[in-house]
Design a protein around this ligand. Structure first.
Ligand SMILES: [Zn+2]
Length: 125
């Protein structure tokens, strides 16, 4: 359900952007997804296929996911370390005064359009 909500959000955003730029078809969307964003990639793809097929602009479009590695900053010693598999405890000093500085994002990085001129001959009269 979480993933489906995200997919609908992405599709709405892409459709708005597409309309603003007079794009009729989108061939692929590249999404930056943080490692600890809690989104399940496989499930996201399933939801994407289902929802994109119902969009005129996005039917058949591919969802490309780029994973952003999670990183945590330790406020006690200043160390920046990979969140996985360390978690909240700093591996250098053992402090739990840490916070995530990267890895929770969900950003549309790129919208690809089909490689065709805007007024190509239409075969679907
Ligand atoms: Zn530390």
């Amino acid at each position: 359900m979480h993933e489906l909500g995200i997919v609908f959000h992405i599709i709405r955003t892409v459709e708005d952007t597409g309309r603003a730029n007079r794009i009729r078809r989108v061939s692929a969307v590249t999404l930056e997804l943080g490692e600890v964003s809690g989104v399940v990639g496989d499930y996201l793809q399933d939801c994407w296929k289902w929802a994109a097929a119902r969009s005129e602009m996005l039917a058949g479009a591919e969802l490309r996911v780029e994973t952003i590695p999670a990183r945590t900053l330790c406020e006690a010693c200043g160390e920046v370390y990979p969140t996985l598999p360390q978690g909240r405890i700093c591996p250098v000093c053992g402090s739990d005064r840490t916070h995530l500085i990267q890895g929770n994002e969900m950003l549309i990085r790129e919208i690809a359009v089909p490689d065709e001129p805007p007024d190509a001959e239409s075969t679907s009269a």
